[in-house]
Every structure is written in C-alpha cells, then in structure tokens.
Design a protein around this ligand. Structure first.
Ligand code: SAM
Length: 244
C-alpha cells in the first residue's frame, strides 16, 4: 500500500472494523499497572494507531507503529505526532526471523492478530491475474491473497499454525462482516488505495485496470439494487499469548 493520502480518505471500512474489534478485545487482554509497550504491525497511514488504538489502550508507556511501506511510515510520522508514539519501517516477514511476532513478545506477552481471512477482492485479484493484459503485472498474485481464502475452517487453520509456532490460543474466530459502500466513487478509491498492483501498471492503463476490477467485483454479486455495494468478508481475529 503506497498512497497514504488516498488511504486515509477511503478507509472507512478499516476504521469501522478496527473500532469494533479493539473495543471488544482490548479489555480482554492483561494490562500491567506500570504501562505497556505496544507494537502496531502494519500500521499503514497511522490514523487507526493514533485515533482508535491509543485512546482505547488502558495503560500505555510507548506505542510503535511499523509498516513495510516507507511512504506510509513517512506519512504517519509527519501526520500523527505524540510523545508516546513513534513510527518505523519494518517488514515483519523478513525483518524478524523466524517466528516474527512470537519472538518480539515478552514471555507472557499477548498478540491480537486481525486481518482479512476471506475477501471477494482476493477473487478479483485472482481473476484479473488470469487476463492476458494484466498477467505480466500480477505474477506474484498469490502472495497478496490470504492463505485462508479457500479454507473450509479458517479459524482452525489459524489455530494450528499459531500452535506450531508455540503460541497459546486465548481465542480465535473468523466471523463474517458486512460493509456497505454508499457510492461507486468511494468504492473505487477504497480499492485503489489498497491495490498492490496498480503502481506496476503503466499510468495510461491504470483507469482501465481499476474499472475492470470493479466489474469483476460486480460479477461476484456484491451490488445491491439501489446502486450500493455490499462487501461481505471474513476477518481473522486471533488473540494469542506467548507462554510464560
Ligand atoms: C489494509 S492496511 C491496514 C492499515 C492500518 N492497520 C489500518 O487499520 O488502517 C495493511 C498494512 O499492512 C502493511 N503490511 C503488509 N505487509 C507487511 C509486512 N510484511 N510488514 C509490515 N507491514 C506490512 C501494508 O503496507 C499496509 O499499510
């Protein structure tokens, strides 16, 4: 994700989901009296970190937001300054090996993993990558599709993976969420802001690519009769603990 400015203006779905999940799950986590160090992995533009996560934390000493995109980190550092908050560049997959989040936690430390388990947009990416015109720009499409997209029981698959790493599972579920996009312009911007392939496509073909993404999405019966688009997707919500 590279376009931070567009993302903050088109991330109502992500903000709604973050608020719902954080409100429910943060009170279930154990918070020490003296305050905690909190790491927000994949912090993006930083607005969720600063405006939703921080106000909901019971006791906090230091919050660090990290993201693989330097544009996101630069935008977040410039826009969301606070004494207890900093942003840094980190690719969590490669920067910390081999058990990334597990290894970053203190013994007894907790992680709340929240990410898209299943999403029609992943089907759109797959279908677009099979078209001759777009195939050259999407050869690594599978690395942008959730490994849980086609699992019959995504939560169980996540629990198995987390246990293999050494985590204790506090809870894990992959409930369905719905979000209504009121108009096509907002949907287009929301899709554009998170599209990992767009930058690779010659500028004069980018509008065509986005229009085709929207029509592939419409084929998945996401459009309501009143012109609104209803996104139905599953969020993985895993509350994990590194054993003492
Ligand atoms: C959909 S955005 C969510 C941003 C923010 N958490 C929010 O709720 O608005 C996902 C973010 O994860 C980042 N990301 C993806 N892979 C990553 C990795 N391996 N390490 C760190 N960040 C990553 C992307 O750059 C992107 O900014």
């Amino acid at each position: 994700m590279e376009d931070a400015q567009l993302y903050v203006s088109a991330n109502a779905l992500q903000r709604r989901d973050a608020l719902v999940v954080l409100t429910e799950y943060l009170p279930q986590m154990v918070w020490q009296e003296e305050g905690e160090a909190v790491l927000d992995v994949g912090c993006g533009s930083g607005d969720v970190t600063r405006n939703l996560l921080m106000p909901l934390l019971p006791r906090v000493e230091q919050v660090v937001g990290v993201d693989v995109s330097t544009e996101m980190v630069n935008f977040a550092s410039k826009t969301f300054q606070h004494n207890s908050l900093s942003f840094q560049h980190l690719d969590i997959e490669r920067g910390v090996q081999p058990r990334n989040i597990f290894q970053l936690l203190q013994p007894g430390g907790e992680a709340l993993l929240v990410f898209l388990a299943r999403n029609p947009l992943f089907t759109v990416y797959q279908n677009m990558s099979e078209k001759t015109q777009w195939q050259p720009y999407m050869q690594d499409v599978t690395s942008f599709i959730s490994v849980y997209q086609h699992k019959t029981d995504p939560a169980q698959a996540m629990m198995d993976a987390a246990e293999d790493v050494g985590f204790e599972i506090v809870s894990c579920e992959a409930p369905q969420f719905e979000f209504v996009f009121e108009n096509i312009n907002y949907l287009r911007n929301a899709i554009k802001a998170v599209n990992p392939f767009l930058k690779r496509i010659p500028r004069q073909q980018q509008d065509t690519f986005l229009m085709e993404c929207l029509s592939e999405l419409a084929k998945l019966k996401t459009q309501a009769e009143d012109g609104k688009t209803v996104a139905r997707y599953n969020l993985m919500i895993a509350h994990l603990q590194r054993p003492e």
